[in-house]
Design a binder for this molecule. Structure first.
Ligand code: UT7
Length: 332
């Protein structure tokens, strides 16, 4: 096992899901689908959709507020804010700046992280490195998404899979040996961006009447190909981080995987040869909330008493890009 004298520990977590719960049966009234198809193919039973006037930053603020309270810190102790999102309030300024202002947080280093569904796990790794640099002491890291704003409710192959929400964590530098973030891996293969993308609205296809008429501002996905890649990279990112830090899958107390499809999670469990009981899943209640999925599940697991001091926890995610990331945490 590799040894480290300093690391970032998670002082507290928080999460938020919008009030409006949308069931599979609700969606079956809009597109040609069924509760049975959605449950058996994905494991999703319902999802939360934000209100029309509820933006990603609004959800992020509530999750952040709860994380600050759980961490027991003053907001002016925060000197780094990262928001992982692919559904920002607007292209710029960053959602992180909007959160900073809405919560009256200090004027500190503040930026968005765009690594799609892997964003929160990527952001944890970046925050960890920045804290270890000695230039920062407490980071607010958020994953927040309003996926309902980019879903095409005429496309049954995608609109049934995603949901809205936010999760957050407060990280702090700690000098206790071998606790906190023990290691992190981030990877990407950008060779097939069209497998999962929102084609319109950027510099390649600025918004126009034609792009809107062609529904180019909605999420497009080749589910089958993403599924195959997800199974491969989730397994690899998990094995690689365990090997890097010097643990085996048997040592894991809890796995918090990106909540995209229960069949992907089951195949990860099989590959790691660990029982499903060691996974914390909430896909049935939230759907795929992209960058918010891992921090919402982490917060739920912690508040449900599933995380104890000394536990070894694996966070692992994949998403558009293709991107993937894993983090191994020894809870303090
Ligand atoms: O965060 C990363 C984001 N993305 C993912 O992780 C997605 C990864 N992929 C998946 O989760 C799965 O591929 C899906 C759940 C998207 C689809 O499951 P699948 O087992 O790969 O189904 P499929 O695409 O092969 O479709 C099977 C059938 C098709 O009909 P035919 O061609 O066999 O007649 C689809 O048209 O199911 C049909 N179908 C649906 N039927 C009812 C597709 N979507 C629906 C639907 N309701 N919502």
């Amino acid at each position: 096992m590799s040894s480290q004298s300093q690391s970032a520990i998670i002082l507290g977590t928080g999460s938020y899901a919008p009030e409006n719960v949308v069931t599979n049966d609700d969606l079956a009234k809009i597109v040609d689908t069924s509760d049975e198809w959605i449950r058996t193919r994905s494991g999703i039973g319902q999802r939360h959709f934000a209100a029309k006037d509820e933006a990603t930053s609004d959800m992020a603020c509530i999750a952040a507020q709860r994380a600050i309270e759980a961490a027991g810190i003053e907001r002016n102790e925060i000197d780094l804010i990262i928001v992982a999102t692919m559904t920002p309030d607007m292209p710029f300024p960053s959602t992180a700046c909007l959160v900073q202002s809405k919560l009256e947080l200090p004027n500190v280093t503040t930026f968005d992280m765009q690594a799609a569904c892997s964003g929160f796990v990527y952001a944890l790794s970046v925050a960890n490195s920045m804290l270890l640099s000695g230039n920062f002491s407490k980071a607010l890291v958020i994953g927040a998404e309003k996926m309902s704003g980019i879903l095409d409710f005429e496309d049954r192959t995608t609109c049934v899979l995603f949901g809205d929400g936010a999760g957050a964590a407060i990280l702090a530098r700690d000098t206790t040996a071998n606790v906190g973030i023990l290691g992190a891996i981030g990877g990407a293969d950008g060779s097939s961006p069209s497998l999962l993308q929102q084609p319109g609205g950027g510099s390649a296809m600025p918004a126009s009447e034609a792009s809107i008429a062609a529904r180019q501002h909605f999420l497009k996905m080749n589910g089958k190909e993403i599924f195959k890649s997800a199974v491969r990279v989730m397994g690899q990112a998990s094995s690689d981080i365990l090997e890097q830090v010097g643990y085996t899958a048997e040592d894991l107390d809890l796995v918090i995987p990106h909540q995209a499809n229960m069949r992907i999670i089951e195949s990860l469990a099989k590959r790691l040869k660990i029982p499903m009981e060691k996974f914390h899943n909430n896909l049935d209640r939230f759907g795929n909330t992209s960058a918010a999925s891992v921090p919402i599940a982490l917060d739920e697991a912690f508040r449900a008493g599933r995380i104890k001091s000394g536990d070894l926890i694996l966070l692992v995610a994949f998403g558009a890009g293709l991107t993937w990331a894993s983090t191994l945490i020894k809870w303090q």
